[in-house]
Design a protein around this ligand. Structure first.
Ligand code: CAA
Length: 379
């Protein structure tokens, strides 16, 4: 199988699977219904090193390679995609940019609590009027004594209300366009950071997503991430890794939809035989399996490149585009195979169908992935 996994990668994947199926999966349906955030599970993931997987041990992380992280994330998503997005955002777009651009002091201060699960991190790029066109963001950072004051609104912020440190992009120099945006590490534990009520979402109901108002939120001099004007580089660099993470999340959801469908096709009888013996169901299952296998190769390949420190913008965007679009299709077919039962909350595929839908939207829509791929190959 490509890639050949090392013993460590296999062990991490298996440990993630055991934990996901014994500790995460049993409560997934109840949390989907109640919207309760899985604080205890996140704490346990932190203790296992899963909240900062590629963060070196010196900064409190597990110090494993990027592919191991992706394998673990896929297993967590198989059990509960809400837990997976909490884990992915903390690892990829919160710890990731701090690891890549942070000073030694920033790494010491922020990565330790974020990697061991004591505190959760997040990423504040999107605004109510700046989603796909991230460079249109309006949040302003004004220089004050000892740091900056941030004012503006951030939208769709994962881990808002439950997280503490957020990699936050704001405009430091309004006259410089894209080069006037800088990145900061914002401490949300202050009155100037006003977290809205959790959004009432279609899926991923036990992960938290909020609007955030920044009202003179203070960031100190030493909390700028990278150089002044480098905000988009920090953000888009982080999103390369983030997109592989979301692709892995979609892969986990799709594999679960596949397994649920195969089990159902074996058990459900119609016209005197299991529905899996009907050619039309077989066609669906075969097509689902083909897309799943192709997606898995793309995700692991992008992860291997990212882990090797090689450029992976096109590969990450391709993996996200193909895997998330395929996963949405696979979950749709899974509901179809289940017939009326697939439309019932009693069956897991109903939750998968809702959970998977956002994967073609967040961390860059499918349209943005196509734009990223086309731009790079035309360069
Ligand atoms: N890595 C590092 N730097 C990069 C980069 C990458 N992959 N891509 C671009 N950059 C740099 C560029 O080099 C450029 O810097 P220089 O001018 O110094 O060269 C700077 O970033 C700006 O790049 P562009 O001029 O290409 O930017 P653009 O305005 O044309 O936008 C875009 C490009 C691809 C459309 C981008 O806006 C984009 O990706 N949009 C989607 C935003 C997105 O994915 N949002 C997700 C929100 S986070 C989320 O969903 C998390 C969650 O909670 C689940």
């Amino acid at each position: 199988m490509f890639p050949q996994f090392t013993e460590d990668q296999t062990a991490i994947r298996d440990a993630a699977r055991d934990f996901a199926m014994s500790e995460i999966e049993p409560g997934a349906s109840a949390r989907d219904a109640s919207g309760e955030f899985p604080s205890d599970i996140v704490k346990q993931l932190g203790e296992m090193g899963f909240m900062g997987m590629v963060v070196p041990e010196a900064y409190g992380g597990a110090g494993v390679d990027f592919l191991s992280y992706i394998l673990a994330l896929e297993q967590v998503a198989y059990a509960d995609a809400s837990v997976a997005v909490t884990m992915s955002v903390n690892n990829s777009v919160a710890c990731g940019p701090i690891l890549a651009f942070g000073t030694e002091a920033q790494k010491q201060k922020y990565l330790k609590p974020m990697a061991n699960g004591e505190m959760i991190g997040g990423f504040m790029l999107t605004e109510p009027d700046a989603g796909s066109d991230a460079a249109a963001l309006k949040t302003r950072a004004t220089k004050v004594d000892g740091g900056w004051k941030l004012n503006g609104a951030k939208a769709w912020i994962t881990n808002g209300g439950v997280g503490r440190y957020f990699v936050t992009m704001a405009r430091t120099d309004p006259d410089k366009g894209k080069k006037g945006i800088s990145a900061f590490i914002l401490d949300a534990d202050q009155p100037g950071v006003v977290m809205g009520r959790p959004e009432a979402k279609m899926g991923l109901r036990s992960s938290k997503t909020v609007m955030v108002a920044l009202e003179d939120a203070f960031v100190s001099e030493d909390a700028m991430l990278g150089k002044s004007g480098d905000g988009l580089k920090v953000a888009f660099g982080g999103l390369d890794g983030g997109r592989v993470g979301i692709a892995a999340q979609a892969l986990g959801i799709a594999q679960r939809a596949m397994d649920e469908s195969v089990a159902y096709a074996r058990a459900r009888m119609s016209f005197g035989k299991p529905i899996g013996e009907h050619q039309m169901i077989q066609t669906y299952l075969a097509e689902m399996e083909a897309r799943l296998q192709a997606a898995r190769l793309l995700v692991y390949r992008a992860a291997a490149l990212k882990g090797a420190g090689k450029p992976c913008t096109v590969e990450a965007a391709t993996a996200k585009l193909f895997t998330t679009e395929s996963a949405v299709w696979i979950c749709d077919r899974a509901v179809q195979i289940h017939g009326g039962y697939g439309y019932s909350r009693e069956y897991t595929v109903e939750r998968l169908y809702r959970d998977v839908r956002v994967t073609t939207i967040y961390e860059g829509t499918s349209e943005i992935q196509r734009m990223v791929i086309a731009r790079e190959i035309l360069k």
